[in-house]
Design a protein around this ligand. Structure first.
Ligand code: BDP
Length: 722
């Protein structure tokens, strides 16, 4: 009796212990399989494990199995290093498989690549065995995570024949982490990288971070802010970077660093950073050699140059090609890459900001060295709740073009708003550029299948910090997860990804999955409605981008002011980017340009992005533009109210703590959605001079009140840039 009580207490405490840090385990939250039939079948499949090999990656595979199986199946796995007759789950590279098993894997192996895997049930005599195989051990690690994910999602493991490999080479997180541990545009605490304690102290979090990334196939991370500090390239910091790189290596993750263009001056003692100066060239070459002597699998440099005041080749009358190729030559002997960002707009260029990256970069097509990738944001302005796809996609067929998404929610409500971003990513990936005719989707540009690029990549600006649950909002984890899945396969369905994530993170109960999945997939449209409907963009308050600031007009550079983007006046609202305006539409291929040019064919979600239209312009549903705009704002607020209602019914399926946490966050989201609606409508009303239509609630305060709100300590604001 006593022992029973003790055991009960133990389980309750363990359970409470786990629930004290809800969310730390992410989607690798290996809950007990409570489906009896499947539990039995998984037990059978894992009766005896054979994991072949000795490397650190093989050890990582064993560690994961040893962590996961006791929780999923309440049993400590027996793991052998040889295949025996009784082995039920075999994990081994193709080369290491015994020949009688290997011969069952002929057809699929050719297209596996270095990172793909096969999970197949085979029969040897009368015994069924589940085999995870690949060309490399990293492939095995990915395959192992997939087996565990299948169990977490209550999928059958019998009769499997699953072949999967990533469609994109570089699947990368960009951390905008500063050396003082603040995170630019970070809303989940401080940076994970504890530079002061490195290299000696390896936080378990680094390992868990690597596990999480590997579980979704992320294979590259850039540790530091694109607004870079040259110190990261000094010997003291490189030792610390080496320690992180070593921790990540078993998980197939390469480390990149942001390289400040003026580093040769700042830490190298040179007088110039001119990319054509021999001393500068030698300095970067020596720096690359030094880094590779410490970190043999170093990925390369990520560079923000001549953008928002950052130094770059143009400071020396050179261009992006000169700068990128100089660094590329230094890295090439070590197989490193240069990722050169295309996020540029100049204070000396009065042209529409949306046009500048294309105008500057497209003429350089074919001029970058083969180990250069040009990293392009998903839209031409800056990670807005909705933007049309960037016209550079597909427009540089002889250049390695890489995607940059933002996972952190700089313009999407920080870490307090529930906005499921894979829906946004999917919209961009599916967009048809028409650059090589119909069907030239952004996804096909990115994976190289459209124009034959040899290196492909997708980066996401991380939403991760040292908050207990990593991402601040528990649902922010879904954005990290979904980004990884789409970088692996840009053709995946965002709804399916939400389904996977919910099952692994929370519950397999359909009564939970169906409504919450619906809530997630509609949340993106909700935020567009209550922040930036009908193609409005960049009307955020200054600097920190927290909350609305459509009235802001006094910043030094015109394109930093929201009034530049919405152009509201008594005649109407919107930015004319047609031939009668900035003609940004000309950067798109036909028939896309033509479609955007005509307000009648332009999708309404981009209407005010491309057109300046009168307040009484008639929308497709017959409403006037003013009424339609106001109703969209209201709709967004209503959608958040609906999200609250949905979540309220979910108590039975999540812990009390998790329920309360999301509940509180939704309360903030609702409050802020109303704030957006009221502030924007009151402000635009000063131009439209029309009443709010029926059904749109009256604002709680007057415009002056909203204008007076100041947030000097809003998180994530740019600290000093260097
Ligand atoms: C903007 C951010 C800024 C970044 C910049 C960039 O406001 O903090 O430095 O993009 O991507 O979104 O370089």
């Amino acid at each position: 009796m006593k022992t029973k009580l003790f055991l009960l207490l133990f389980f309750v405490l363990t359970y409470l212990g786990i629930s004290q840090t809800p969310g730390y385990d992410l989607w690798m939250n290996y809950k007990q399989i409570d489906n009896e039939k499947l539990n039995k079948s998984y037990q059978k499949a894992t009766t005896s494990l054979a994991v072949l090999g000795k490397s650190e990656t093989i050890q990582a595979i064993k560690n994961e199995l040893q962590l996961a199986l006791p929780q999923l199946l309440e049993k400590q796995p027996e793991i052998k290093s040889v295949v025996e007759e009784r082995s039920s789950l075999i994990i081994a590279t193709l080369d290491a498989l015994p020949s009688n098993i290997k011969k069952q894997f002929s057809a699929a192996v050719d297209n596996l690549g270095d990172e793909g895997f096969i999970i197949k049930s085979i029969k040897i005599e009368k015994n069924t065995k589940l085999v995870v195989t690949a060309h490399t051990e990293i492939g095995l690690l990915y395959g192992t995570f997939r087996v565990l994910a299948l169990m977490q999602q209550l999928e059958e493991l019998t009769n499997l024949n699953l072949v999967d490999s990533p469609k994109i080479d570089i699947r990368m997180l960009n951390h905008w982490d500063n050396l003082d541990r603040t995170v630019e545009r970070g809303y989940a605490g401080f940076s994970l990288w504890n530079w002061q304690k490195l290299p000696e102290y390896i936080d378990q979090r680094y390992v868990d971070y690597a596990r999480a990334n590997a579980s979704i196939g992320i294979n590259a991370v850039s540790l530091t802010n694109v607004n870079a500090n040259a110190l990261i390239l000094t010997p003291m910091y490189l030792e610390k970077v080496k320690a992180l790189a070593k921790t990540f290596r078993p998980y197939g993750i390469k480390v990149y660093l942001t390289a400040r263009f003026s580093a040769p001056i700042e830490i190298g003692g040179l007088e110039t950073a001119d990319p054509l100066d021999q001393k500068v060239i030698d300095w970067w070459q020596a720096k690359a050699d030094e880094i590779y002597s410490l970190i043999p699998n170093f990925g390369g440099f990520l560079v923000k140059a001549n953008s928002e005041g950052q130094p770059g080749p143009q400071n020396y009358d050179r261009n992006h090609v000169d700068g990128a190729n100089m660094m590329a030559k230094a890295l090439a002997p070590h197989n490193g890459n240069v990722i050169w960002r295309a996020f540029v707009y100049s204070e000396h260029d009065a042209d529409d900001r949306a046009k500048q990256a294309y105008s500057e970069f497209v003429p350089y097509d074919g001029k970058f060295l083969p180990n250069v990738l040009v990293q392009v944001k998903n839209g031409a302005i800056d990670f807005q709740p909705r933007e049309p796809f960037h016209p550079m996609f597909g427009a540089m067929p002889k250049t390695h073009i890489m995607m940059e998404f933002q996972i952190t929610k700089e313009y999407l409500g920080f870490s307090t708003h529930l906005v499921y971003l894979p829906k946004l990513y999917e919209e961009v990936l599916e967009a048809d550029t028409y650059q090589e005719g119909k069907g030239s989707t952004v996804a096909k540009v990115l994976d190289g299948s459209l124009q034959g690029q040899q290196i492909t990549g997708m980066a996401g600006v991380a939403n991760i910090g040292n908050d207990l649950n990593w991402t601040g909002h528990p649902f922010g984890q879904a954005d990290w997860y979904g980004f990884g899945r789409l970088a692996w396969d840009p053709y995946l369905d965002s709804e399916k990804i939400a389904d996977e994530w919910l099952r692994m993170t929370f519950s397999n109960d359909e009564k939970f999955i169906a409504p919450i999945k619906e809530m997630m997939v509609t949340s993106r449209e909700a935020v567009v409605n209550y922040m930036n409907p009908l193609g409005l963009h960049h009307i955020f308050d200054t600097g920190h981008h927290y909350g609305p600031g459509p009235w802001v007009s006094e910043l030094s550079r015109p394109e930093w002011n929201p009034v530049y983007y919405h152009q509201a006046d008594e005649n109407g609202i919107g930015f004319d980017r047609t031939p009668s305006g900035s003609n940004a539409t000309a950067q798109y291929a036909q028939p896309v340009a033509e479609m955007f040019n005509d307000p009648k064919t332009c999708p309404e979600e981009y209407l005010l992005w491309f057109h300046h239209l009168p307040w009484d312009y008639q929308l497709k549903n017959g409403e006037t533009l003013w009424n339609g705009l106001a109703k969209k704002y209201q709709k967004g607020v209503n959608q958040v109210a609906k999200m609250q209602e949905t979540w309220n019914q979910m108590k039975p399926y999540v812990s009390a703590e998790q329920h309360k946490e999301v509940n509180m966050l939704l309360t903030i989201q609702y409050k802020e959605a109303k704030w957006w609606r009221d502030a924007c409508l009151l402000y635009f009303q000063t131009f439209s001079k029309q009443e709010l239509p029926v059904g749109v609630e009256k604002p709680e305060h007057d415009l002056e009140y909203y204008k007076s709100l100041k947030f000097p300590f809003a998180p994530g604001i740019r600290p000093r840039w260097n």
